[in-house]
Write a new protein. Structure first.
Length: 296
């Protein structure tokens, strides 16, 4: 079950629990569960077993929500998409920050064009979980914080502008307290270019987004789960001067898990295949990042 599985079960309200370790689980493996007993599954496992579990589910026509990231190579995605086309399963790789109120509000601002031409974008996502990651039997390996938090930032970039044609260039990456990367700054190329930071060494969890355009700027400070979360909109004054400013601050529980749960089931109801295309782009960029970091 783990942390994420417990969260998902809390939102769903009921379900069959599958876990090879947890004594409270109903089954140890997904293969033990009678196929007629369920229509969809939430895969909240460590990264290594995800591919085989998802392949089994999709082969049997089960709809699947997968905790991010889902870093298959191109051949793995090709195989899974072929299985999906045959079975009609919905596959959704979960990136819950798309449902964060201020991130949605920024998407609306960008789509409206009210910020004008976008000049600069910076994103920063940090928490203080270095020790928890280090003590995990599976998390302190591979890309570390780049895959864990960086995948969220890549998905936000996709949500706001798309990932087609983009690549990653690293500015800096370090292993201060962990075996895997626990601090990284990188540039996501494209229009607009995005400068991003991810860290497990932020002793107060934080999220920051700053976008500057020819007609104004917008800034997000924090997420609802850490609150308060503020959205600061500024309209440019020409030729110069103090901008018009509007601040919206939210103090509320994290709404994204319930919203994402509803979205997943709406995809199923509509027969929508899900977001494998986006996950495939993110996986490609993470694989590119891994190659670059191995060369450091």
């Amino acid at each position: 079950m783990g942390v994420q599985g417990a969260k998902r079960l809390g939102i769903a309200g009921a379900g069959i629990r599958v876990d090879p370790v947890a004594g409270s689980a109903d089954y140890a493996t997904i293969e033990q569960v009678p196929l007629d007993d369920y229509a969809c599954a939430y895969v909240c496992t460590p990264d290594a077993p995800k591919q085989e579990i998802v392949r089994y589910l999709v082969e049997h026509g089960k709809h699947v929500l997968i905790e991010k990231p889902f870093t298959l190579d191109e051949a793995g995605y090709e195989e899974l998409q072929a299985l999906q086309a045959h079975s009609g399963a919905t596959i959704y790789v979960a990136y819950n920050h798309r449902f964060e109120p201020h991130i949605v509000a920024v998407k609306d601002l960008l789509d409206s064009g009210s910020l004008g031409e976008i000049y600069t974008v910076t994103l920063s996502y940090g928490n203080g979980t270095a020790a928890l990651v280090r003590s995990s039997p599976w998390r302190d390996q591979g890309l570390g914080v780049v895959a864990d938090l960086g995948s969220h930032l890549l998905d936000i970039v996709d949500f706001w502008w798309g990932l087609d044609g983009r690549s990653i260039d690293f500015i800096d990456a370090s292993c201060h307290e962990n075996n895997a990367w626990d601090q990284a700054t990188f540039r996501i190329s494209g229009q607009p270019a995005v400068y991003a930071e991810t860290t497990l060494l932020s002793w107060r969890n934080d999220f920051l987004a700053k976008i500057r355009g020819s007609a104004g700027s917008v800034e997000i400070t924090s997420l609802c789960k850490w609150g308060p979360s503020s959205l600061i909109e500024r309209g440019r004054v020409l030729p110069s001067g103090r901008p018009d400013e509007r601040i919206t601050t939210l103090v509320q529980p994290d709404p994204t898990w319930a919203l994402e749960h509803a979205y997943f089931h709406d995809l199923i109801a509509r027969g929508d295949p899900g977001n494998l295309h986006t996950s495939r782009r993110i996986a490609g960029l993470l694989i590119q990042a891994d190659t670059l970091l191995q060369d450091r």
